[in-house]
Design a protein around this ligand. Structure first.
Ligand code: PRE
Length: 373
């Protein structure tokens, strides 16, 4: 069978050539426009540096990025899908931001974790990402100024809240300046020496093993399941083994050069994890914001009523309420609350002031744009 493309007629050849000439003309325009946009971003950086007296200028503006991406999706004429078009602009903005100031972002490592994937999805490919061994190490890296921002997991749709993240906010002054949600697809990965019918050990994080339990019971009931510190760690480990496999994501497969033996083996089809972007600066309003608080209340009758009443009284939509035992042990409870709106909104100010009247302590963790991508 001929391996050459189908032979085209003279008319087809001519049509193809004209279309490619049109694409070349359009690419020239796109090249010029992206370059003009990048020059504009560099002038924005000069304005930011002048305004801040050149010391401590804040270049990354999540509220502005959310507005740009939302506007792109609202105005997208097709045929590319809204999310695909927004991802293209995400990368253009990432390159422009890198011209203003290269960003370094700490994340819960090692390399290849879903948290790294979330960091690259939120900031684009131009940021430098730095793996940290634990969630509180990500906080410390940002507090110390060693990294500009951090990314930590906060909630999984099937496993629930990541308590370590919430507990770290109680003792940290770090701000939340964004959020990003990642659809979690688990793949069965194997190294080049592994015979797929000889897999007797499967490595992954405990949560991932739990999220793929039914698939494993049905397809690999006899393989030993070994929990390790992270999916990426699992991928790193199977590289050199001949009868084992790992459950991890796409990024881990490419980073550790593993074959995807079975893809999307998670039991829940809409398995997703929400991550928080942490930094040292409060974010300005973007018109589509949410605010996170941590409130400690005395353990006395009516405490929860006094906490919830202001939201109803001032018409603020509470979107999340989590309770954590207080680490001070002084019979107070800690509530993590998310609500719609920015902490500078008039109604939000009234709610926070009303809560302060009965709470032991109220800490605004941050106001930030709702996740766009
Ligand atoms: O508008 C700004 O503040 C910019 O710096 C420009 C820009 C962009 O490329 O659109 C780049 C980085 C910021 O995080 C937000 C937006």
């Amino acid at each position: 069978m001929s391996d050459k493309p189908e032979s085209l007629t003279q008319a087809d050849e001519s049509a193809l050539m004209q279309l490619r000439e049109e694409i070349d003309r359009l690419d020239t325009e796109i090249l010029a426009l992206i370059s003009k946009r990048a020059n504009c971003a560099m002038k924005v950086a000069e304005v930011k540096m002048k305004a801040s007296g050149n010391a401590g200028a804040v270049f990354y503006r999540p509220e502005r990025e959310a507005q740009v991406l939302t506007s792109v999706m609202d105005r997208n004429p097709g045929p590319l899908g809204n999310e695909d078009m927004a991802k293209l602009f995400r990368e253009i903005m990432s390159a422009c931001l890198a011209l203003e100031k290269p960003m370094e972002v700490a994340y819960l490592g090692p390399e290849g974790t879903f948290t790294q994937q979330a960091a690259l999805k939120h900031f684009g490919q131009w940021v430098k990402t730095k793996p940290m061994p634990a969630i509180d190490e990500v906080f410390r890296e940002v507090e110390a100024g060693a990294c500009n921002y951090g990314v930590v997991p906060v909630e999984n749709s099937s496993e629930g809240i990541v308590n370590h993240t919430l507990d770290t906010f109680i003792t940290s002054n770090i701000k939340i300046c964004g959020e990003v949600e990642l659809r979690i697809h688990h793949h069965l990965l194997a190294g080049p020496n592994t015979k797929h019918d000889k897999i007797s050990r499967i490595y992954s994080h405990q949560q991932s093993l739990a999220q793929c339990r039914k698939w494993l019971d049905a397809h690999m009931p006899h393989a030993e399941r070994i929990a390790v510190s992270s999916n990426a760690e699992a991928a790193k480990r199977v590289q050199g083994e001949w009868n084992s496999a790992a459950i991890a994501g796409e990024l881990a497969a490419s980073l550790y050069d593993l074959e995807i033996v079975e893809s999307k083996i998670e039991d829940s089809p809409d398995n997703s994890t929400r991550f928080l972007i942490i930094g040292t600066e409060q974010v300005g309003p973007s018109s589509e914001d949410k605010t996170s608080l941590v409130v400690s209340m005395r353990n006395e009758p009516g405490a929860l009523y006094h906490l919830l009443k202001p939201f109803n009284e001032f018409g603020v939509d509470m979107t999340r309420l989590e309770t954590r035992p207080s680490m001070t042990g002084n019979w107070t409870y800690v509530f993590f609350i998310d609500f719609a709106g920015h902490c500078e909104d008039e109604s939000a100010i009234k709610v926070i002031n009303a809560i302060r009247e009965t709470a032991v302590d109220v800490k605004v963790l941050g106001s930030y744009p709702k996740g766009v991508l």
